[in-house]
Ligand binder design. Structure first.
Ligand SMILES: Nc1ncnc2c1ncn2[C@@H]1O[C@H](COP(=O)(O)OP(=O)(O)OP(=O)(O)O)[C@@H](O)[C@H]1O
Ligand SMILES: [Mg+2]
Length: 316
C-alpha cells in the first residue's frame, strides 16, 4: 500500500447548526500533488484547517506524515493560510527567515535561502524591500516562500494561485513541482481548474460540505462523455440519422456527446455513409466540465431536498 502523508478521516465541523464539513476524508499519498477543489463555501478551508489541527473537528481524525498527530509534526509542515498576512514593517528576506524560524529553521540559513528562493522566482529586486511597499501579489509570493523555506515534508497551500498574475502563477506551478521532486507532498485548494488539471496526481471535489469525487484528473474527466464535432463533406439532412439523438447542427458542423465505446461504430457509420469528413474532433471534456457537472448535480439534489432548505434557513 502507498504510504500516506495525510490521512484525515470523517472530518466533520458544525458552526452553530450549520454543518460546514460533513465526514470528509482526505488521503494524500506521500510524494504526490493533491488538489482540493470546490465552489465558494464548500468547506475546503475548514477541511484543511482540521487536517492541520488548527481547528478541532467535531468528528473525525487527522494523522500526518506516518500516523502522527498534526501538532507533533508541525516543524515538518508548511502552510499558506487563506488569510494572508506578514508584518508590514519587515523586509521580505527577514519575513521569510522569521517564518522559517517559527518552524525551527536557523535564522541565518533562513536569510540565505530567502535570497535564493526570491532570486529564482524573479523577486531579487525586492529582497530587502519592506512588505508594506510590495504589491499584494508580491507579498503573497514572499509568504509562499516563507511557508516552504524550512523544506517541509508536507506543504498545504490554501488558494495559493489566487491574486497572482499569469507569470507568477507559472512560477508557483514550477515551485510546486520542484518541491514534489524534492520529495515533499503538496496539498492545495483551488477553484482554478487549469492549475489542478496540470498539477494534480489526485484530487477531491468538495461541494456542499461533502466530498463528491476522489480520483485522478483523468478519472474525473471520464465521468462525462466525449465531445464530438463533425463536419461532413457532403451536407444533407441524412447526416442526422448517423449521429446520436440530440446532435446539434451549428453552421457546417454537428456537435454531440458520445460514450468512448461508441466512437468506433460512429466512425464506421460515417465512412459507410459516403458523407465524408471535412472536419472531425473527438475530445475528452476538460476537468472544468467535470467539476461543473458534479457541482450542478449536487446543487440540484440539494434544492430538491426539503431538509436541506431547513439547514440553510437555520444557517442564515
Ligand atoms: N468561523 C466560522 N464561523 C461560522 N461559519 C463559518 C466559519 N468558517 C467557515 N464558515 C462557513 O462554513 C462554510 C465553509 O467555509 P470554508 O471557508 O471552509 O469554505 P471554502 O470551500 O474554503 O470556500 P472559499 O472557496 O470561498 O474559500 C461556509 O458556509 C462558511 O460561511
Ligand atoms: Mg477557502
Amino acid at each position: 500500500m502507498t504510504e500516506l502523508a495525510v490521512e484525515a478521516t470523517g472530518l466533520t465541523k458544525y458552526f452553530e447548526a450549520f454543518q460546514a464539513v460533513d465526514h470528509v476524508t482526505l488521503k494524500v499519498p506521500a510524494g504526490s500533488i493533491y488538489g482540493v477543489l470546490g465552489p465558494n463555501g464548500a468547506g475546503k478551508t475548514t477541511s484543511l484547517r482540521m487536517t492541520l489541527g488548527i481547528i478541532d473537528p467535531d468528528e473525525g481524525t487527522s494523522r500526518l506524515l506516518g500516523g502522527h498527530k498534526p501538532q507533533a509534526v508541525r516543524h515538518r509542515i508548511g502552510y499558506l493560510p487563506e488569510e494572508r498576512g506578514l508584518y508590514p514593517g519587515m523586509k521580505a528576506r527577514e519575513a521569510i527567515a522569521f517564518m522559517g524560524a517559527l518552524r525551527g529553521l536557523d535564522w541565518s540559513e533562513g536569510r540565505r535561502r530567502a535570497a535564493t528562493f526570491m532570486t529564482e522566482l524573479g523577486l531579487e529586486r525586492v529582497i530587502d524591500e519592506k512588505i508594506r511597499k510590495m504589491s499584494k501579489g508580491m507579498a503573497q509570493m514572499v509568504q509562499l516562500i516563507g511557508s516552504i523555506v524550512h523544506a517541509p515534508d508536507l506543504i498545504v497551500l490554501d488558494e495559493p494561485f489566487s491574486g497572482l498574475d499569469p507569470v507568477n502563477q507559472e512560477r508557483l506551478e514550477m515551485l510546486v513541482r520542484r518541491e514534489r521532486d524534492r520529495g515533499a507532498t503538496i496539498l492545495f485548494s483551488t477553484h482554478v481548474m487549469a492549475h489542478a488539471e496540470r498539477l494534480c496526481d489526485r484530487l477531491a471535489i468538495i461541494a456542499r460540505s461533502q466530498r463528491r469525487f476522489e480520483g485522478t484528473v483523468d478519472e474525473a474527466r471520464a465521468l462525462l462523455p466525449m465531445q464530438v464535432r463533425y463536419t461532413p463533406r457532403e451536407q444533407g439532412e441524412a447526416v442526422a440519422a448517423l449521429l446520436p439523438a440530440g446532435a446539434e447542427h451549428k453552421g457546417e458542423a454537428w456537435h454531440f456527446a458520445i460514450e468512448e465505446n461508441d466512437v468506433e461504430p460512429l466512425l464506421a457509420r460515417i465512412t459507410a455513409s459516403g458523407h465524408g469528413v471535412a472536419g472531425l474532433s473527438i475530445a475528452r471534456p476538460a476537468l472544468h466540465d467535470a467539476f461543473v457537472h458534479i457541482v450542478r448535480q449536487v446543487d440540484a439534489g440539494f434544492d430538491a431536498t426539503p431538509q436541506a432548505d431547513a439547514v440553510e434557513e437555520a444557517a442564515a
